[in-house]
Design a protein around this ligand. Structure first.
Ligand code: GLY
Length: 387
């Protein structure tokens, strides 16, 4: 259960974001044009496998965040703008990529941020096409977007990517696209989110009948456990669905996931890699799950009609950020190339265990920037739809 401490120190958040900029600058200077996924002993470049090709938006995504931060501080940065474009542009062909279920991760962190700045319709076309490509994964029998591993599989992570289908639906007025996104979210809610707000990583369907068969996992401890990062993806993803649809079922699901996280995490807000991790690996935290949860809570807190609950989520997000800033960054380890230590990518394949991971870096920066940009008073305001 999360416990609150002293008020947040804005200087701590701002200094950590400045440290993040330094680490990203160091990465692009040392390995120009390289898009890493996870570190090995704190180094980004190594021969370890990717498992799946889903992370390329996160590095440029951070550059867009740094550019916006500099612009809002009154000193627009040509350095970050140029790097952000240089690293975003090569992703463009992936608008047609049918091999991954991650097009939201890739384009909402990059082209969508770029579009907000430049309003160029060509950028919009790329995001819309990526949303249409994502929608091709839809299985009528079973009513879900299939995961990258097989046709009969649904992943909780896909909840982070349905927003790009909602976006494409809104831009084109195509109700079929919107319907696919809604049906996938309802299927996920029904089969992967449990009554206590915990989540399963994967679900399997019978392809002939569409019948749901069982919950299982790749990256979590067991099919019936709650993989921490999956829960954080669900918290954030269902809130995004609510932002697009205003359907109260999605808000309730996001809140259920948030409440499970906050009542089961360690008192400082950073959870073990799986909420039911066995004794021999319970000590392994996943800081990336914490960063995603903080980023999600900072969005969710602004959607709630109840200001008390909203403030609880806001304070929880700040508590998590304070822990990450104080205990888990690489600030005191000059040899470590990442920003946030203690992420876990795939424990069973021994990939990126107790390392820096690109999505952890990105959502940590997103949460830091969000926390610095909005005051607690903003918690009571009702945000507009969309990301
Ligand atoms: N494949 C998404 C994740 O590792 O969270």
């Amino acid at each position: 259960m999360i416990q609150f401490g002293p008020e947040i120190d804005r200087t701590l958040l701002a200094d950590t974001l400045t440290f993040a900029e330094k680490q990203v600058k160091r990465l692009v200077e040392k390995h120009p044009g390289f898009y890493p996924i996870y570190t090995k002993n704190g180094k980004w470049k190594h021969e370890g496998p990717a498992w799946t090709h889903w992370c390329d938006g996160f590095l440029p995504g951070m550059m867009w965040i740094f550019h916006r931060r500099a612009t809002e501080a009154g000193s627009p940065s040509a350095f970050w703008m140029d790097r952000a474009i240089e690293y975003s542009r090569p992703l463009e062909p992936r608008q047609y990529d049918k091999d991954v279920h991650d097009l939201g991760f890739i384009f909402l962190s990059t082209y969508h941020r770029w579009l907000q700045l430049e309003r160029d319709p060509k950028l919009n076309d790329v995001i819309v096409q990526a949303g249409k490509t994502m929608a091709l994964r839809f299985q009528e029998k079973g009513q879900y977007l299939r995961s990258f591993v097989s046709e009969d599989s649904i992943f909780i992570d896909i909840m982070m990517n349905v927003a790009i289908i909602f976006y494409a639906a809104r831009e084109t007025g195509d109700r079929k696209l919107r319907d696919i996104a809604i049906r996938h979210a309802l299927t996920t809610r029904r089969y992967l989110v449990r009554g206590d707000g915990s989540t399963a990583h994967e679900g399997l369907f019978d392809l002939q009948s569409g019948e749901f068969l069982r919950q299982t996992t790749h990256q979590g401890f067991r099919g019936d456990s709650c993989w921490s990062r999956g829960l954080a993806w669900a918290l954030y993803g269902f809130n995004s669905c609510y932002e697009y649809t205003r359907d109260p079922r999605f808000l309730a699901t996001a809140q259920g996931c948030a409440d499970y996280y906050l009542t089961h995490t360690n008192p400082d807000g950073v959870p073990s890699w799986d909420f039911q991790a066995p004794d021999d690996s319970r000590h392994l935290l996943d800081t990336s799950a914490a960063a995603i949860a903080a980023a999600g809570l900072l969005r969710l807190c602004r959607q709630l009609p109840d200001p008390v609950k909203g403030f609880y989520y806001y304070s929880s997000a700040l508590r998590i950020l304070r822990t990450l800033c104080e205990k888990h960054t690489a600030k005191d380890d000059a040899k470590w190339e990442g920003i946030l230590k203690g992420g876990v990518y795939h424990i069973h394949k021994a990939l990126g265990v107790d390392e820096s991971v690109m999505w952890g870096e990105y959502f940590f920066c997103e949460a830091l920037e969000n926390a610095l940009r909005h005051s607690p008073a903003g918690v009571r305001k009702h945000n507009g739809a969309g990301r």
